[in-house]
Write a protein of this length. Structure first.
Ligand SMILES: Nc1ncnc2c1ncn2[C@@H]1O[C@H](COP(=O)(O)OP(=O)(O)OP(=O)(O)O)[C@@H](O)[C@H]1O
Length: 500
């Protein structure tokens, strides 16, 4: 029992270490993928890789080691013993083995394909559940609980149907293996009978040989239930390893030689900090839909440039090129006169650009941790200073736990306006050279609105700012206005011209 304890616990620990290492490597790979990767893969699908697939791979690995190795060596050993005992009798079933292997491989590849489809369908069902659970307020607001359940049931039923077919296939495989095992015994019996009739073998020798055959076949039969496990593990492992091989197009490789980590040249007030030259762009997921069709615009240092235009005109897309979430299909984005691609993307996002998105997301953490996100080394005093600038200090202090108030999942415990001001503080804490601000379109009550606007005006003071403007007041306070439409710049001018 001491050996059993050592063996089971050692195997368990090795399996858990393997799973933890795989999960760590997979998460590290996912975090370094570019934004286009997340356009292609749904988060529920990636979560399935991290949890279910790694789990299946680990179980298959453990059963392959614990039972597979033992039974496989026993089978091979017994077969070798049988061949040594009587090469003539062994010839009967050795001839028959290639046929069994061929049938096994054929059936195996069919079952692998089925297992892949079943797993993909299960991931689709998970995605439906994930979406409903993360959008619970919308589901409830539109009374869609029953519809969501119907959708989920449909997906789960399809996954279950595929899993049932897989179970039938695995059952068939095991039945055929049993048949093959009995077939071997029968073949040896018939062949042995013939040999005894010819006086080439004694009944005693045949009996001894049959005992050997049974040992070999028992070990082989023990291998067959592992087959289903192995199929599931191999498909799950295949998906995990394929994902581990994904390489981002825009690689964040901090400190890579040759990449700039500071502005290429000093930029004084009024000189171009950023320039877009004839930029064309289509999202990788929709390469046929041209979103930017030859956009040129200039952002002078220290100026506020308001970008406006109809919904879908490509305004946010311009900001996504500046953060290097994507690279232009054609044309150039220049920073201090050098192509943005010659800068380290990590530096661009950490130090150059501060982004205040239209709908900021908060993490399930305290307000302090949320503001500090992006600059973990910032002191408490710096966090408070940023919050003051963002008109957030007062309301944060009014909470009983102040900066240590937990904002809950997706920041649901704070109001929309408060969330926006926390996001403004977070961006300001980085003290970015270029502030990109996507003005919220969602309505806030007038007091909140006034505070958010005041926070934004403060944030823009003395900085280079690109603001995607939805309010006239924002446009009025800008130095330059760019009007976009159909992926082009329709008008670009100093505000004075618009005022005429
Ligand atoms: N990740 C994406 N994949 C494919 N197409 C996208 C993606 N994001 C945006 N688009 C498309 O690109 C076009 C421009 O979108 P963009 O978000 O830049 O517009 P916008 O001017 O900022 O609009 P709004 O003011 O409504 O935010 C739209 O037609 C949109 O459908």
């Amino acid at each position: 029992s001491g050996v059993t304890f050592a063996y089971i616990s050692l195997l368990g620990c090795v399996g858990e270490n393997l799973a933890a290492r795989l999960r760590r490597r997979l998460m590290a790979t996912l975090l370094t993928q570019d934004v286009a990767f997340f356009d292609r893969h749904r988060s529920a699908e990636l979560l399935s890789r991290l949890s279910g697939d790694v789990q299946d791979f680990k179980s298959a690995f453990k059963s392959a080691v614990s039972q597979g190795l033992r039974n496989a060596t026993q089978t091979v050993g017994s077969l070798g013993y049988l061949v040594a005992m009587s090469p003539r009798l062994s010839a009967f079933f050795l001839l028959y083995i290639p046929l069994v292997v061929a049938v096994g491989l054929g059936l195996g590849s069919m079952l692998r394909a089925l297992s892949k489809r079943a797993a993909a369908q299960q991931a689709a069902a998970n995605a439906v559940a994930h979406e409903a659970l993360t959008q619970m307020r919308s589901v409830k607001a539109f009374g869609m609980e029953a519809e969501e359940l119907r959708l989920y049931e449909g997906q789960v039923e399809e996954a279950a149907a595929l899993a049932r077919r897989l179970a039938l296939g695995i059952g068939l495989f095991q039945a055929l293996s049993n048949l093959a095992v009995n077939g071997v015994v029968l073949t040896v019996l018939c062949g042995g009978g013939v040999c005894i009739g010819r006086g080439e073998l004694t009944a005693g020798e045949l009996t001894a040989y049959l005992v050997g055959v049974q040992t070999a076949m028992r070990s082989a039969a023990n291998l067959s239930p592992l087959f289903g496990h192995a199929i599931k593990g191999a498909t799950a492992g295949g998906r995990v390893f394929r994902l581990l091989d994904s390489r981002p197009c825009i690689e964040i490789d901090r400190g890579r030689p040759g990449l700039l980590t500071e502005l290429a040249a000093p930029v004084s007030a009024g000189q171009d900090l950023v320039r877009l030259e004839n930029v064309r762009f289509a999202y990788p997921g929709r390469p046929d839909a041209v979103v930017l069709d030859g956009v040129s615009l200039t952002v002078p240092s220290g100026c506020v440039v308001a970008v406006c235009g109809r919904s879908g005109a490509g305004k946010s897309t311009v900001t996504q090129l500046l953060t290097r979430f994507y690279d232009p299909t054609d044309g150039r984005v220049l920073l201090a006169g050098r192509d943005l691609r010659s800068y380290d993307p990590g530096w661009v996002r950490d130090r150059l650009v501060g982004l205040i998105p239209q709908e900021p997301a908060l993490f399930c953490a305290t307000i302090r941790e949320n503001i500090r996100y992006g600059r973990p080394e910032a002191t408490d005093a710096e966090v408070e200073a940023a919050a003051r600038l963002a008109q957030a200090h007062k309301f944060i202090k009014a909470f009983p736990r102040g900066y240590d108030t937990h904002v809950g999942e997706r920041g649901l415990a704070v109001s929309g306006g408060q969330k926006q001001r926390i996001a403004i503080a977070r961006a300001l804490l980085k003290d970015p050279k270029l502030l990109i601000l996507d003005e919220a379109t969602s309505a806030l009550d007038s007091e909140s609105e006034r505070l958010v606007q005041a926070a934004l005006q403060q944030a823009m003071q003395g900085r280079t700012v690109i603001v995607i403007a939805h309010r006239l007041s924002t446009i009025e306070s800008a130095d330059y206005v760019v009007v976009m439409g159909n992926g082009r710049v329709l008008e670009a001018s100093a505000l004075a011209i618009f005022r005429v």
